[in-house]
Ligand binder design. Structure first.
Ligand code: PBG
Length: 331
């Protein structure tokens, strides 16, 4: 840092006009940085608003295609889809995850046909499909069975790739999942399928509205995910997770939640220099969006929170605000 003295240096000089502020801006947010998560369900209504997520909807397939068309026109070319499965279809094995006609696979095939250029991300985890709401299989002692779950995740990831996912995103936090999924993809000739690993995923209360949206919160009840998702007190452990996932074959790593975990994003970027994404999760979105809609916070707070993710080192951001904010951004 160069030491300069007042009045030779007045840092306010470059803050005097919009144009000057833009010229010296160190970071920028464009539509290329944003990924829109979308909830889908088998339902007759086109779209149903999610009570705990203002302005966010669960879409049926027709409405999904309209939404993706609009997103694409707005410059958002990457989406992540999440299914809400009817409770009658859930079981303790999450067996619908492996049904090639489940709503995610139908959506991926439909999107692949209609929007081949759109980048489609699909989550690999069992929680939308299990009646206990966990991301993995539960054994007789009530524990999440890591190695038995890996087999399901391998099959699920392969099915998603076969259905048209460009990126599979394991969000389950089982040990060894990236390696297991990578070897299955390679041996089935899906050599170009990208693995976006939720490498540093914390056991967080910020996921509450998402669990309402996919209908897993009632299934989960009082049970927690602390035996597989990370303790939010830790950052060395996040670097350890990332190092392992890179060795196992991850192309992109992700930190989740986002805004409250930007120190983790920064440490990963500085240590590993690989594509690093951040997920501004449902609770983080809802807090801001609700305050905006109530008039308690200015709407610019959303842009601020996203640009801060870029400043911390994120290459891209999954955010429910992607579509809404796109009109304010450069493409
Ligand atoms: C499930 C999954 C979760 C989210 C993405 N994938 C929830 C969880 O782990 O319970 C959360 C996303 C959000 O809160 O926006 N594996």
């Amino acid at each position: 840092m160069i030491e300069r003295k007042y009045p030779q240096t007045r840092l306010r000089r470059t803050r005097m006009k919009d144009f000057l502020r833009d010229l010296v801006a160190e970071n920028n947010l464009t539509t290329n940085d944003l990924i829109q998560p979308i909830f889908i369900a088998e339902q007759s209504e086109k779209k149903i608003e999610i009570p705990s997520m203002p302005s966010i909807y669960r879409h049926n397939l027709d409405s999904l295609y309209c939404e993706v068309e609009e997103l694409s026109n707005a410059g958002i070319k990457t989406i992540a889809i999440f299914p809400a499965i009817d409770s009658t279809q859930k079981d303790d094995q999450g067996s619908q995850a492996l049904n090639e006609n489940n709503i995610v696979c139908l959506a991926l095939r439909g999107l692949h046909e209609r929007f081949p250029e759109v980048v489609k991300i699909a989550d690999v985890a069992l929680d939308p499909f299990t009646d206990h709401g966990h991301d993995g299989l539960v054994n007789n002692d009530g524990e999440i069975d890591n190695d038995a779950t890996l087999v399901c995740l391998q099959n699920q990831a392969l099915l998603l790739a076969q259905s048209g996912a460009d990126i599979v995103a394991p969000s389950d936090m089982m040990d060894g999942r990236v390696q297991a999924i990578r070897s299955t993809l390679e041996s089935n000739s899906f050599t170009n399928t990208i693995i976006l690993s939720y490498a540093a995923k914390y056991a967080s209360s910020f996921y509450g509205p998402f669990r309402d949206a996919v209908g897993s919160s009632t299934n989960l009840g009082k049970s927690t995910k602390k035996s597989y998702q990370m303790n939010f007190a830790n950052i060395d452990e996040a670097l350890h997770e990332v190092a392992m996932d890179i060795k196992e074959g991850a192309d992109i790593v992700m930190v989740k939640p986002g805004t409250a975990y930007l120190d983790v994003v920064h440490a990963i970027k500085v240590n590993f220099q690989i594509p690093t994404f951040v997920y501004q999760v449902s609770g983080e979105y809802s807090m801001l969006q609700l305050s905006i809609e109530k008039g308690w916070l200015d709407k610019d707070v959303m842009l601020e929170s996203l640009l801060c993710c870029k400043r911390a080192g994120a290459d891209a951001i999954l955010t429910y605000a992607a579509k809404e904010i796109s009109s304010e951004l450069n493409s």
